[in-house]
Design a protein around this ligand. Structure first.
Ligand code: SAM
Length: 254
């Protein structure tokens, strides 16, 4: 019996050129690809015309979105049928991507697998907006949290988060008001610079800059997916015209 194989592949943040060579090769060789909502569909052009493409990530609110258990079971099932499977996930599979759960399901089922890391939006969003997450003299470290769990006060160590030189928040658009309250009540100054980067590295990338105390008002028309950067490094952001020149690079992709 032919043994299948699963590659958990990070697709990067959006720009299809930001996938790794190893990830692109895995797509080319795949017989089955289970892909997420946030990946750039142009990456699927790399697949063989014979490959089976399965969308397992419908938009939030759309019904029929497969549950994680179903995705795990599909990975195992295709591999047991001897298929070469790619699980293509936005950013890096192990950064808020539930890639760990998929890896454990494969391991438990005795399916051989590999992990192909990807460029996570937690770093790429800042980079694409011209903001270094660390910078000598301004920030000697950064931490990444999901803001989605902000309703549960114990899930994020707020006092520690408030002291982080650079704080990166994913899934934060809806929860940001609570995050701002928690950070300010834990001592983060209201004038700390904040950047909200929507659809980083996509042609429609947008960046909103403000201070912690005013960012909610300023980002009222920002939609997910967006990454939020909080810290003095944000003050290094390029001017709007410099940024639009950077954005042209994305817009000009063939
Ligand atoms: C479920 S998490 C997955 C993160 C992914 N595994 C990664 O490493 O980038 C989804 C969140 O990632 C962030 N995100 C993903 N793609 C993004 C992009 N192109 N620009 C800004 N943020 C993005 C947003 O915060 C979004 O809500």
């Amino acid at each position: 019996v032919k043994t299948g194989f699963v590659s958990l592949v990070g697709a990067g943040p959006g720009d299809p050129e930001l996938i790794t060579l190893k990830g692109a090769r895995a797509i080319e060789q795949a017989e089955v690809i289970l892909y997420d909502r946030l990946i750039n569909p142009r990456l699927l052009d790399l697949a063989s015309p014979l490959a089976t493409l399965v969308n397992v990530g419908k938009a939030p609110g759309e019904c029929g979105r497969p549950r994680q258990e179903t995705i795990n079971a599909l990975l195992v099932e295709y591999a047991r049928r001897g298929r070469r499977v790619v699980r293509l996930k936005g950013g890096d599979p192990f950064v808020f991507g539930r890639g760990g759960e998929e890896m454990l399901a494969l391991r438990e089922a005795g399916i051989p697998y590999e992990v192909v890391p990807g460029i996570s939006s937690s770093i790429a969003a800042a980079g694409a907006a011209g903001i270094p997450v660390t910078h000598r003299g301004l920030s000697n470290g950064f931490a990444v949290f999901t803001a989605q769990s902000a309703a549960d006060e114990d899930s994020v160590p707020w006092a520690a988060a408030a002291c982080c030189p650079t704080l990166v928040l994913l899934m934060g658009v809806e929860a940001l008001r609570r995050v701002v309250d928690r950070l300010i009540s834990n001592g983060k100054p209201g004038d700390t610079p904040v950047a909200v980067i929507e659809r980083a590295t996509w042609p429609e990338q947008r960046v909103v800059i403000g201070q912690l105390s005013e960012i909610i008002r300023k980002m009222s028309n920002i939609n997910p997916p967006a990454t939020i950067i909080i810290g003095e490094v944000v003050s290094l952001h390029p001017t709007a015209s410099e940024l639009s020149e950077m954005l042209l690079e994305y817009a000009d992709q063939p």
